[in-house]
Ligand binder design. Structure first.
Ligand code: FES
Length: 190
């Protein structure tokens, strides 16, 4: 009796192992086909994701700044986002440089936010870092808020003359995008 039971167990075990192996093979085969299918499905997506000529053209923007007088600014766009370009007056530069970094929520000097020797050119996104409204202050006569830079009326964030957050709910300074001067009067953004 004991011997029969043992051989039955062996036989069951062997059959079970074969069954497991067959299932394993079927699973592996199914996964392999799924893998091939996934690659086949991704391939057209990758082709679609390659940037088109239009998108590449939008990657950089050249702006003529020759007409912007000290104290004035312009709004332009880059990658569908507003960009503020401001020619700071000496008084505005002095105000920005007089603020101790310890008073700033997002500590950065004006020099760190501008190019060497060109501290008067303040170039930032025109997008409030709270919830993304476009702040006031770049247009002639617009409310620049209590710190003389930009004011976001959506929830009352105020930025100073270096576009650094000084008051209100916004957590960060206005973002300085990648840019470079391609001539004394031309800026390439992006
Ligand atoms: S979006 Fe500017 S303060 Fe809220």
């Amino acid at each position: 009796m004991a011997t029969k039971a043992t051989s039955a167990e062996v036989s069951d075990t062997t059959g079970s192992q074969d069954g497991v192996r067959r299932r394993d093979f079927l699973n592996v085969a199914a996964v392999s086909f799924a893998g091939v299918g996934a690659v086949a499905a991704i391939a057209p997506l990758l082709v679609q994701m390659a940037p088109s000529g239009d998108v590449l053209a939008l990657a950089t923007t050249e702006v003529d700044i020759s007409k912007i007088q000290p104290g004035q600014g312009i709004k332009t766009t880059w990658r569908k986002q507003p960009i503020f370009i401001r020619n700071l007056m000496p008084k505005e530069i002095a105000e920005a440089n007089a603020v101790p970094l310890s008073e700033l929520r997002d500590p950065q000097t004006l020099a760190e936010r501008t190019k060497p020797g060109k501290q008067n050119w303040l170039i930032t996104l025109g997008v409030c870092t709270h919830l993304g409204c476009v702040p006031l202050g770049i247009g002639e006569g617009e409310n620049r808020g209590p710190f003389g830079g930009y004011f976001c009326p959506c929830h009352g964030s105020a930025y100073d003359t270096a576009a650094r957050i000084r008051q209100g709910p916004a957590p960060k300074n206005l973002v300085v995008p990648e840019y470079k001067f391609t001539s004394p009067t031309t800026v390439q953004i992006g």
